[in-house]
Structure formats: C-alpha cells, structure tokens
Design a protein around this ligand. Structure first.
Ligand code: SF4
Length: 470
C-alpha cells in the first residue's frame, strides 16, 4: 500500500543460480532480480563465477537501468551467479554499499548478498576491527562476509555455521564461492527464501515470483536455521546449532512486502490478503456505496472485502504507474513530491458516494490523510478506512525502516484518535488474532513485534543505537 510505501521500507531481495552448464547465468539473475524489484529499488548488482574468478557489476537505480545500455553484457558466461536489489536500512544509499559484497578470503573468492538487518552490527564490526579486519562499506552485509571469513578454517560451510552463531537479527543470505551456491536463512526464518529447479539449474530466491520469472519449479523453502549448499554433487542441507523451536517469519511479508503472486512458507500471499479483506468486512462492517483499495497492493484485500460484504468494488484512486514507488528516494522531501504526482481520485466514480478505502497499514498517517482529503475534494460524502493489519505500535529493526516510536501514528493513539487525526469518518483495523488467522496455512509462526512489542530477539540484545525509543 502506498502509506507503507511512503514510510516503511523493505530493504532487499536476493537471487542465486547454479547451472550445470556454463552459460549466461547473469541474464537469469537479471530476470530474477526484475521479479524482485518491489523489494528494493535503490541499487542492484550481479556477481558471476567463472573459471575460478568472480566478476560483478553493481549500480544505483532500478534493475533495467543498472543493467541496460550493454552493462549486463559486460558480465561473462559462468555457472554460478548471485544478485541483489537493495533499499538501504543500514548504511547510506550509495554505490559503495550496493551488493553483492565481493571479496577474497580464506575460502577463496566469494560473493555475499543479504536481505535483512542485524541488531549487533557494531559489536561485530568492532570485534572484527580488533582482529585487524578492514571495512570498505557501512553495511551489515559486509560485516557478515568478514565474520564468515574470519571464522572459516578454509571450509566455507564451517565458517558460515560459526558466523551464524554470532549474528543476531534477520538474514536471508545467498552466498557464492567459485564452486558453490549457498543459501542461508536465520534461525527464526524472519525473511523468506526458497529454492527452485529447472532441467539444468538450481535457483534460490527471496520469493517464488522470481522462480516463476525464470521458468523454475518450486522445490521447497529454505528452513529457518538451514544452510543449503549446491555444488557439482547436488544439493546438501546443514543446520545451525541451537535453532529456536519456533520459526517467526515477519508477518508483514504477507501484509505488504511480498508480491501477491508469491507463495511464502507454503502459503499464498494472495490468499492471505484476500482473507484479510474478508475479515475486515465481517468484523468491521460499515454501510457504503463502494469499496476500493489503495493501489496496487491493497486491491486484493479490497476485492475480498467486496466479495464478503456485497458492496461493489469500484476504483476510487488512479495511480500513475510511471512514478516509481515512493520509497525509491529515502529523502523525505523527495518522497512527498513524488506522492503528489502518483495518485489521483477518480471523480466520476466517487462523487456523492460513501467510500470504503482498504489499505495494508498506517505508519505516520501523512499519506492516508492526503488520500482522505483527495477523496473528499473529489466529492466523496463519507470516507471509511479499513486496515488489513493491527495498529503499528512499535518500531522494527529487523529489516524494515521504522526506527522510532515518534514515526508511528499508532504508538500513542487508539482507533478513534487516529480517525480524528486523519479526518476520516471511521477507521478500523484487524486485531492481531485476526491477522494471524489470515496466514494460518503458512508453515511458520510469526514475528509480530511491531504490533505487540514482542520481537524474536529480546530487546536488551539490540544495540543502543538501534533502540531510539523516544
Ligand atoms: S517487527 Fe514487524 S515489520 Fe519487523 S520483522 Fe517483526 S513483523 Fe516484520
């Protein structure tokens, strides 16, 4: 949804391919990253392994911009490639911080791509600097690479296993050596990661939509705490020590982050969103003439609401598809400018009508406030807001860029107060129980930290600069 696009930022998508043939694996990676573009739009990069070497290309911007103009063709043919799309949460938005991180260490040449966010980056970085490590970037992904290298005895899987025992936070990693593709998911499985196959290739990706984009069949999800290694002998599974009894995937993957045609941990994002809309109709009904979603990501839920309530689904808002999603630019002023040109009310559809607007979530409330005003200016007689998630009451430091309580309209307000400050006729949210029930087909439990303050890692384990609890 657009409110969340304006204010919450998913930070990365990862993709990897291991081919039994030497061929243009960079192109496969390119299509995979294209399908994961929604997970990060600031930078993109691909690294290719060929003839005991690793070659890479990274740039700022969208996948087609970075790899257009012949840039993709600068990458050699090979048999392994990994790729990354990024939105910055840790480390500034600049080319230096683009991924994959490529380096040479005890295990030879390696490349690492990371989706997630560590909560003990500074402590690990300081520890590594103490051991004479040198850092070139400000990203936690480089810290992961350095820790793996430092703890490795030349065996990359041992190094990863030992490193994972020290990493705290969320990480879905795709790692490449000159002869292996490795997929790693943190012990709670906070970010998604799946494996697919074609006749010749193994594919690893943040979401199944990227498998579909390269014609791969879904094989399975990487399990929480699992290290999957693909090499010339096939696919092998290893597990970290001390994996918690329950995985806790970020439930926002279903609410907003993932593409609605993806299936995460065994459950369809589309189904979860549709069910959320139906539950809103059942538990938060209101008389109205039409129901609409904030385009595009809330449209599935809006259709669910319409189906359940019998109120027609009618488009109330038009989106300019040629304006990038607002979180392309982390600068607040730029974000507000792009918002003004990206959305418009469909006057003919809403004039004189009582309108229900469905959205995924409300963070600051600034975008929703503008949308409500836009609808009223266009002649809507009533505007009722229905939100497919509970009130966001707490920050998130596990990969989503909500740093402080002061960023959240819901931190100190209830539904009624939020309604008043947004200028809506009514605002209702799903409860935590209702939201969890929309995902009950998933083979995982959930992190619900931003709703209930209970994070997978106890708060005292967060570095002080990650807490910012003003
Ligand atoms: S705190 Fe919220 S946004 Fe962050 S990982 Fe948990 S569920 Fe996801």
């Amino acid at each position: 949804m657009d409110e969340i696009q304006n204010e919450i930022h998913e930070e990365c998508g990862v993709f990897g391919v291991y081919s039994q043939e030497t061929r243009n694996v960079a192109r496969t990676c390119y299509y995979g990253l294209y399908a994961l573009q929604h997970r990060g739009q600031e930078s993109a990069g691909i690294a290719v392994s060929y003839a005991d070497k690793i070659s890479y290309y990274k740039g700022m911007g969208l996948v087609p911009d970075v790899f257009g103009g012949g840039n993709l063709e600068t990458l050699p043919e090979g048999d392994i490639a990994i790729g990354h799309v990024r939105y910055s949460t840790t480390g500034a938005s600049q080319l230096l911080n683009a991924q994959p991180v490529v380096f040479t260490g005890k295990c030879g040449k390696m490349a690492v791509a990371h989706n997630g966010n560590l909560i003990n980056t500074k402590a690990l970085r300081d520890e590594m600097i103490e051991k004479n490590a040198v850092f070139q970037t400000s990203i936690d992904s480089e810290v992961i690479a350095v820790v793996i290298n430092s703890l490795s005895d030349g065996d990359v899987v041992n190094g990863i296993k030992k490193a994972c025992a020290k990493l705290k936070g969320s990480y879905a990693l795709v790692i490449m050596t000159t002869d292996k593709l490795i997929a790693v998911r943190d012990p709670f499985g906070i970010r998604p990661l799946c494996i697919g196959t074609t006749d010749t290739d193994f594919i690893v990706a943040s979401e199944t939509c990227a498998l579909d984009s390269v014609g791969a069949n879904f094989l399975r999800d990487v399990k929480a705490g699992e290290i999957v290694v693909v090499d010339s002998e096939g696919i092998h599974s290893h597990f970290m020590d001390n994996i918690p009894p329950e995985s806790r995937m970020c439930i926002f993957e279903y609410v907003y982050f993932a593409r609605h045609d993806s299936v995460l941990d065994g459950y369809s994002v589309y189904e979860a969103r549709k069910e959320a809309g139906k539950l809103l109709a059942r538990y938060c009904p209101v008389e109205a003439d039409l129901v609409s979603g904030v385009p595009d990501s809330a449209n599935v839920a809006a259709r669910g609401y319409a189906e359940e309530s019998g109120i027609p689904f009618v488009e109330a808002l038009a989106k300019n598809r040629y304006v990038g999603r607002t979180f392309i630019q982390p600068d607040q002023r730029q974000r507000e400018n792009s918002l003004n040109v990206k959305m418009n009310a469909l006057r003919a559809n809403i004039r004189g009508k009582r309108v229900i607007i469905i959205d995924d979530s409300i963070v600051r409330g600034t975008t929703m406030k503008k949308i409500i005003k836009m609808l009223r200016d266009a002649g809507a007689t009533e505007v009722h807001i229905r939100i497919c998630s509970p009130i966001i009451k707490h920050p998130c430091h596990l990969g989503i860029d909500i740093q402080t309580y002061s960023q959240l309209i819901g931190a100190y307000k209830d539904e009624e107060q939020i309604c008043e400050s947004l200028g809506a006729d009514s605002v209702r949210y799903l409860t935590i129980e209702q939201l969890v029930s929309t995902c009950e087909g998933a083979h995982t439990n959930f992190c619900l930290g931003c709703f209930n303050g209970k994070y997978p890692y106890p708060l005292e384990e967060y570095e002080a600069d990650k807490l910012k609890l003003e």
